[in-house]
Design a protein around this ligand. Structure first.
Ligand code: NAD
Ligand code: G6P
Ligand code: MN
Length: 442
């Protein structure tokens, strides 16, 4: 019988928590669980979801222990995995990350451009704090982090906690692979074998084959050149209109390099003028999420608590949830599954900075990820990635050193920003907005 794991979900009050818990329950046969603990630093927000999760646990899996807490010692003692999805500053700060750059005609996005940089400056400290709680109370555990911006957080963990059991992950590639499987008429993305390289939210597929080695790229290219990744989807997160627009715009990103299939996020770097023109500076994605996913999830939780039962109010499970179970399973049971993770390059992309955190396929077993060699990459991608990886490194250096200069350089270097003077104006506004969260910059 498989050994049971104990899990701490950090960011217990996240809109994604019920989906993760549900996904864990649905996978008991391959990933059995002893205990699930929710941890958050916002007791009130967490409790609204935790009480509903407690009802769900009692109905679906009474044998699994369940608790929730804001006390690190209770949360991090005796666990095997921390699954972290915290949002430092909540949606209120996301809204400012998106709206401040837009004021200056620059892309306003959660993880890309100045907004992503601002969010990175808020996330580094608290994610490191979680890694340290884990180290203190459960030194053999693994931190599976998907708190954003994952690229900057990953670089921070590389710099500040090297060699620790921390893996940074993103669901965008698996989400898109699920879409590709739909386009191809396959049951599951796992029927495909892929090659891919890039940075987080900044990557390209170079090969998609079936298990017999047949090339599936021609059929995908035909669809993507016309419709981007747009398909009828049930994916609860990505079916919103703004996400569908992003999926469609991928056709113009694809046009730039028809040899590869692109990540949707590249639109922010390659078509920033288009993105700004199609943004409403008074109503951004943060507003859409607050009016949409947050209301839906917290509304459902309130009904479950009121009714005292889950019946009639099933939570939705997002695509990234199953990916996290795959990852935990691979480590716990040495499955050697092939997965896309964010890891130190270290030669895997031959002609690229060995110290950059890249997103590439890895074989995952009980000692963590073993990156696969992706060879040399073309000049276009290498140029874009070099610039973006340097932005990410500068942000982490700025955070460590408390350096205004380096953060100004980081924002200036971002492909989304037209000049150093615009960068400075945005930076000065962001400093004011983030004074409760950022280190003091000198
Ligand atoms: P949310 O605001 O609903 O939830 C985040 C929770 O984190 C809140 O309850 C908040 O109180 C808590 N939190 C904030 N700071 C904390 C700290 N220092 N310690 C403990 N808890 C803390 O946000 P959401 O939209 O559900 O997203 C959660 C996170 O997951 C975000 O970072 C989001 O970007 C990320 N995410 C990443 C991926 C990926 O592909 N990597 C996919 C989906 C979501
Ligand atoms: C994708 C990305 C995540 C990001 C999320 C944002 O899944 O991979 O990194 O957090 O989208 O979605 P939202 O619905 O909050 O805009
Ligand atoms: Mn992501």
């Amino acid at each position: 019988m498989r050994r049971k794991s104990s899990i701490c979900i950090a960011g217990g009050g996240s809109t994604f928590t019920p989906g993760i818990v549900l996904m864990l329950l649905e996978n008991q046969d391959r990933f059995p669980i002893k205990r699930i603990t929710l941890y958050d630093n916002n007791a009130e927000r967490q409790e609204k979801l935790a009480k509903a999760c407690a009802i769900m646990m009692k109905e679906k899996a009474p044998e699994i222990e369940f608790n929730y807490t804001t006390d690190p010692e209770t949360a991090f003692t005796g666990i095997d995995f921390v699954m972290a999805h915290i949002r430092v500053g909540l949606y209120a700060m996301r809204e400012l990350d998106e709206k401040i750059p837009l004021k200056y005609g620059v892309v306003g996005q959660e993880t890309c451009g100045p907004g992503g940089i601002a969010y990175g400056m808020r996330s580094i400290g608290p994610v490191i704090e979680i890694a340290d709680y884990m180290e203190k109370y459960s030194p053999d555990a693994w931190l599976l982090n998907y708190s954003n911006p994952a690229a900057i957080v990953a670089e921070a963990t590389r710099r500040l906690r090297p060699g620790k059991r921390i893996i940074n992950i993103c669901d965008m590639p698996v989400g898109l692979e699920t879409t590709m499987a739909t386009i191809l008429g396959l049951q599951s993305r796992k029927e495909m074998e892929i090659r891919y390289y890039g940075l987080n939210h900044f990557g390209w597929w170079t090969s998609i084959k079936d298990k017999d080695g047949n090339d599936l790229m021609p059929k995908l290219k035909e669809h993507i050149s016309q419709y981007g990744y747009a398909v009828n989807t049930e994916d609860f997160q990505h079916k919103d209109a703004s996400w569908q627009e992003t999926y469609t715009k991928a056709k113009d990103v694809f046009a730039l390099d028809p040899n590869t299939l692109p990540s949707t996020y590249l639109k922010y770097y390659l078509y920033p003028d288009y993105v700004v023109k199609h943004s409403d500076p008074n109503y951004t994605r943060a507003n859409e999420v607050m009016d949409g996913r947050e209301k839906t999830v917290f509304g459902q939780a309130a009904k479950i608590i009121e009714n005292g039962t889950m019946k009639g109010n099933e939570f939705a499970v997002g695509v990234h949830a199953s990916f996290i179970v795959d990852l935990a399973c691979a480590i716990a049971f040495n499955t050697k599954e092939r997965m896309l993770l964010i890891v130190e390059n270290n030669g895997a992309i031959e002609n690229f900075d060995p110290t950059a955190m890249v997103e590439i396929p890895c074989i995952v077993g009980k000692d963590g990820p073993e990156p696969l060699a992706m060879g040399k990459i073309p000049t276009f991608q290498r140029g874009l990635m070099t610039e973006q990886a340097c932005v990410e490194k500068l942000v982490v250096e700025a955070w460590i050193e408390g350096s205004y200069q380096k953060l100004w350089q980081a924002i200036t270097l971002s492909k989304t920003v037209p000049s150093a003077s615009v960068a400075k104006q945005i930076l000065d506004d962001l400093i004011e907005a983030n004074k409760d969260y950022w280190p003091t910059l000198k």
